[in-house]
Write a protein that binds this ligand. Structure first.
Ligand SMILES: [Zn+2]
Ligand SMILES: [Zn+2]
Length: 264
């Protein structure tokens, strides 16, 4: 009924575009959900509280999935709130520039990680309320293990599915966190509108917010760091908050938590 080439075209679209796109979105979401919902809203600010078993799981699995230590990330992020856009801000585009923020944020994260490992008070005081250590893979200088695992999974997918596009999509999606962080840290403090006249340079960047589950609403977030909801106006879309609502529906989290961790 249909010429054979139609089926080839269909197979081509599914194999080269649709499946890799879905795999990329899935891997991208794993990273941004871990960072935005678990590391940021839960661990750094206490805006939501995870069920104890989920918190235990997030602290251990987050390192392997994102390659980022939750305690070092929270330490850097809390400092960002206290020192927003001053010279001591770990990743302000006001000082690093938009593109310089990409490297600046990686160097700052590393400084926080090393500072915590060697026990420098300047860093340990910031996360004194966190009852878990920096992951052993960083303490043992095995930071590359999560990346090695992702390389192995991507290679395995290529071999198993005979489809390099799927394995490439998986790998790029799993490695997307520095770009996600850069979008928020650079554009969220440089380009966008403000709902609140704060002393920092925080902005609400709608495009970045859509790409990062609401993290682009930095001005709203800096106004009220203890809130799980980063949107303020009815037309601002904070998908991270929607995910929190779904998690709450399933009894995985509750809203609110430690005031000490709010970052105010
Ligand atoms: Zn910020
Ligand atoms: Zn924050």
């Amino acid at each position: 009924m249909f010429p054979d080439r139609w089926f080839n075209l269909e197979r081509y679209i599914v194999a080269i575009w649709l499946i890799p796109l879905l795999v990329f979105i899935g891997a991208y979401l794993v990273n941004i959900v871990y960072i935005s919902v678990f590391y940021h809203r839960a661990l750094a600010h206490g805006a939501i509280t995870l069920r104890p078993w989920l918190r235990w799981f997030v602290i251990r699995s987050g390192v392997w999935l994102t390659g980022i230590d939750p305690k070092a990330w929270a330490c850097m992020h809390r400092t960002h709130h206290v020192e927003s856009d001053t010279e001591r801000d770990p990743h302000s585009p006001v000082h690093y520039g938009i593109f310089g923020t990409f490297i600046g944020q990686l160097r700052s994260y590393e400084k926080n990680l090393v500072g915590l490992i060697i026990g420098r008070k300047q860093y340990t005081d910031v996360v004194a309320d966190m009852d878990f250590p920096v992951s052993w893979i960083f303490r043992k200088k095995l930071w590359f293990l999560p990346y090695l695992i992702h390389v192995c999974v991507a290679t395995g997918l290529w071999y198993w599915l005979k489809n390099p596009w799927v394995s490439g999509a998986y790998f790029i999606g799993m490695m997307s966190h520095p770009v996600q962080g850069w979008l928020v840290n650079a554009f969220g403090h440089a380009i966008g509108y403000r709902n609140f006249n704060l002393t920092d340079n925080s902005r609400n960047n709608t495009l970045v917010a859509w790409a990062t589950l609401g993290e682009g609403f930095q001005n709203n977030h800096h106004h009220d760091p203890g809130s799980a909801k980063f949107s303020v106006k009815f037309w601002e879309i904070d998908m991270g908050y929607w995910i929190c609502c779904v998690f709450r529906l399933f009894g995985l989290i509750k809203f609110g938590g430690s005031a000490a961790a709010s970052g105010k």
